[in-house]
Write a protein that binds this ligand. Structure first.
Ligand code: SF4
Length: 356
């Protein structure tokens, strides 16, 4: 066994079994350890009270446990909570918990997870994109966001369970592909938080080769595509990724994705005062003809420095009507946490601004 210290929160159960075997501990220790971290969401070794001190000491010399530091937490009137977490190297990321009361017996608690520090894609409407790319998150840091939110909320509500995950926070998940897929396996694990594959959704700006790869590697997980415009000349300005993978290629990949997975793709369309127009809606209807999908309209959150303005609700309604008339399934995303800067990257920008 080498002396490299491994991130405990990023370890699979099999890796922990292997490590335990190598240091002379029984298999059941690995399973206990996995449950403490991935199911009970503890943040310290001392809380693992069914693992003897000696064994804990042996494990600590091979495994590193670093909980994220909660730098700031904002709570919205609608129940949305937004967290700013500091990572071990001092970088900060955002993460949002949205609580949706449902008519059925169980509540839905969705965590919006970040996958990178900053983002290289540089979408015109996004506060994260304005800051540029810093680095990919590790598996431990991706899973850690869900674990730490679980830990903090359970201090008030011991029964709390995250039910859904959207990889829609800071960063382009498909540009940190391997880590995101491993994090999904951990979050889905039966001895962990046990979040169903179909309750997790990856949102992409359109990394075409990875969309097809995802269909083959994990056809169960959901896919959302940030479409935002149906014409290349408009989308090129909103999402620079479109210059590399224009709409024709993107839609071809989406067709292939649905052929492999038989799953409906969610197409996200952020509407601004500028693009909520009839011609855009008609172009979108033409683009999506024959595609198994659903359109989610999102009124853009105003972000300082982007010059974007929220559209009039009547314009949004008319936009949706054009799509419905063309037989396309459409909904408008409920606005969450508008009073707490819930758009991705805003809290981090504000906090970094205060430090300057
Ligand atoms: S919207 Fe997503 S992909 Fe675009 S810049 Fe922001 S974080 Fe990156």
């Amino acid at each position: 066994m080498n002396n490299m210290v491994i991130d405990l929160r990023g370890c699979s159960e099999d890796e922990l079994i292997r490590i335990c075997q190598e240091i002379g501990l029984k298999r059941f220790r690995a399973i206990q350890l996995f449950q403490w971290v991935q199911q009970k969401a503890v943040r310290t070794w001392d809380e693992m009270n069914n693992i003897g001190k000696g064994d804990r000491q042996a494990l600590r010399s091979h495994l590193h446990l670093y909980p994220l530091e909660r730098v700031r937490e904002q709570r919205s009137e609608d129940g949305t909570r937004k967290y700013l977490f500091r990572l071990e190297d001092g970088e900060t990321i955002e993460c949002v918990l949205m609580d949706y009361a449902r008519t059925s017996s169980r509540d839905r608690h969705t965590v919006c997870v970040s996958t990178q520090v900053g983002c290289a894609v540089g979408c015109a409407f996004c506060a994260t994109g304005l800051e540029g790319f810093r680095r990919n998150l590790t598996v431990a840091e991706i899973v850690g966001q869900v674990l730490d939110i679980t830990h903090f909320v359970r201090q008030e509500d011991p029964e709390f369970q995250v039910t859904n995950i959207v990889f829609m926070g800071m960063g382009e998940p498909l540009l940190n592909y391997d880590q995101v897929l491993q994090a999904i396996l951990l979050l889905n694990h039966g001895q962990g938080l046990n979040i169903g594959m179909r309750r997790m959704t990856i949102s992409t700006s359109g990394v075409v080769p990875r969309i097809i790869q995802l269909a083959k590697d994990n056809p169960q997980v959901g896919l959302a595509v940030s479409l935002h415009a149906a014409q290349d000349k408009v989308r090129n300005d909103l999402i620079p990724m479109n210059r590399r993978y224009p709409l024709a290629q993107l839609m071809e990949a989406c067709q292939e994705y649905t052929q492999i997975t038989h799953r409906r793709i969610t197409f996200e369309v952020a509407l601004t005062a500028e693009n909520a127009k009839r011609e855009e809606a008609q172009a979108l209807a033409r683009l999506l003809r024959g595609q198994l999908g659903h359109v989610n309209l999102i009124p853009v959150n105003p972000v300082a420095g982007t010059g974007m303005e929220r559209p009039d609700p009547e314009l949004m309604r008319r936009f949706a009507q054009v799509l419905e008339d063309a037989g396309i399934s459409v909904s408008s995303r409920e606005e969450r946490g508008v009073d707490i800067d819930a758009a991705c990257g805003q809290l981090r920008r504000q906090w970094e601004g205060e430090l300057k």
